[in-house]
Design a protein around this ligand. Sequence first.
Ligand SMILES: [Zn+2]
Ligand SMILES: [Zn+2]
Length: 253
Amino acid sequence: MLVDYHVHALGHKDREHTLENLIQYLESARERNLTEIGFADHDRYLPDLDFSLYSKLQELFPDIKIRVGLEIDYFPDKISEIKKIRNSFDFDYCIGSVHYIGDWMFDADRYKDEFNNWDIDLLYEKYLSLVVATAQTGFFPLIGHFDLIKIFGHRPKKSLEATFYPALKAIEKTGVVLELNTNGWYKPVGELYPSPELIQLMFECNIPISLSSDAHHPDQPGRDVDKALAIAKKAGYRRIATFEKGKVNFVHV
Ligand SMILES: [Zn+2]
Ligand SMILES: [Zn+2]
């Protein structure tokens, strides 16, 4: 069973939130044999979203379950704003994502020189502390692109275990799901988020997973989620999470 819970109908606001646009996303989802699709646009575009479109879309595509979410930026000093955004609609789920360290949007190509000002081990530590804090808010059943900090290919000197194990143990206690986000294959790092080795470590830490493309274009829903699932199965995973009305369900794969 293939799902994609991280789809941006607005892209980076280069697209309109219209039924015509959404239909194109669903056509790709159908071509890639998705049984569920979750739209999760960036929270900064919330005023541009018309949630009433999704019930119309569901009528047109009864064979694919459509879920409605939102990808929310985590900032440690904006917890009450985040809570307000999360409660602004009856979302099936929200994705908690770390794209910022302080006011540095570290995954943006135009700001990547800032990596030169960091000790990369310390940067991973800082980034992961924010991801753990995101999971610990209790607002998000799903965490976005767990090792996004590698986006431009910067690697810690420490081992994979030394770098990620403490964060994974803390995340395990929260019960949140980490996504396998195939967009990493199309970024400078050219690698699945998280890497196959890290997925193995996640499995050993009992971390549940789901599947995501992080699509920003109608051609992309479900892109390579089959490959990501094959990697997860190799690591030992036999179930993936789905999200509906604030509940997490697990399906056998
Ligand atoms: Zn993201
Ligand atoms: Zn995204």
